[in-house]
Ligand binder design. Structure first.
Ligand code: HEM
Length: 263
């Protein structure tokens, strides 16, 4: 027997997709569908972002800066869409959110393993984030693997070293699980890149775009949280907006920001 012809619905698994939104409130409350859909859409974008971030690291490893830039541009477009999507959720008032919030129990974006995976690729790693997930779960295995992996910044420095820049060994061989600290030696190299090496300076600019894009998402998310729940604690158990404020404005690639006043 031949397989049935591929259709839009069979290829994209539309029936399965449309069955995945299960409101918990009685009624159900009107706004809960939006809340579920928007989080699911985010998780799909997170999946795509990870796919593309892996690609950028590979292009850098293959010494393909133009292709790395091309993929970074796609990543930035996705981040912009992710930021813009918050506008939709901000149409939900505090009272509308209250109609179903307690049904979320302890569920929170705090528990998004894909968001943590993105942070890990970008250099924000922590053992605590891994331990929140059960051993041998998909989430835990993915985070453990990414904890050991070189970050995008490590990949970039190794690429620069192959381009002929004298990147000190301490940076090329560093423990990739520790936070990225500013370094005056790396800053000296970046200044040279910006002044005399337009191809790689462009690559630096795309990394700054990415860094700024992620910071923008954090800022917009905390503002949305403030206007929706004020100073209430988060369902994930944190202090809520006060906790999120601490994560805002922290650059991913500090050296790229440090050098700007010297250019
Ligand atoms: C009404 C909407 C929302 C509210 C009130 C809200 C609230 C919060 C709060 C209070 C936290 C701190 C952790 C906690 O204790 O729960 C948090 C973290 C987080 N939320 Fe949301 N959130 C909302 C929508 C979203 C959406 C649409 C996403 C997209 C995936 C998202 C992703 C995250 C992530 C990734 C974290 C962890 C951030 C970090 O640890 O740096 N949130 N959220």
């Amino acid at each position: 027997m031949t397989d049935p012809a591929v259709t839009y619905a069979s290829y994209l698994k539309i029936d399965e997709l449309l069955a995945l939104q299960e409101p918990r409130s009685q009624g159900p409350e009107h706004d809960e569908l939006l809340f579920i859909v928007i989080h699911q859409v985010y998780e799909l974008w997170f999946k795509e972002l990870l796919h593309e971030l892996d690609r950028v690291r590979q292009w850098l490893e293959d010494d393909e800066p133009h292709r790395a830039q091309h993929t970074l541009k796609r990543i930035l477009s996705i981040v912009k869409v992710m930021v813009a999507q918050l506008d939709i959720l901000e149409t939900m008032t505090p009272l509308e959110f209250r109609t179903f919030r307690e049904r979320l129990e302890a569920a929170s974006g705090f528990q998004s393993d894909q968001f943590r995976q993105i942070e890990f690729v970008l250099g924000v790693k922590s053992q605590g984030a891994i331990r929140r997930f059960p051993e041998e779960s998909r989430a835990r295995n993915a985070l453990e693997r990414r904890y050991q992996e070189a970050t995008l910044w490590d990949g970039f420095l190794r690429y620069l070293s192959r381009e002929g820049y004298v990147v000190p060994l301490v940076h090329l061989d560093r423990d990739v699980s520790v936070p990225i600290e500013p370094s005056s030696e790396v800053q000296r190299i970046l200044l040279a890149v910006y002044r005399d090496d337009p191809k790689n300076a462009e690559l630096c600019e795309r990394l700054v775009d990415l860094d700024e894009g992620i910071q923008e998402w954090r800022y917009r998310h905390v503002k949305m949280v403030e206007r929706t729940i004020g100073t209430k604690r988060g369902t994930g158990g944190s202090a809520g907006a006060a906790y999120l404020q601490e994560t805002v404005g922290r650059p991913l690639f500090p050296d790229l920001w440090e050098i700007r006043s010297q250019l």
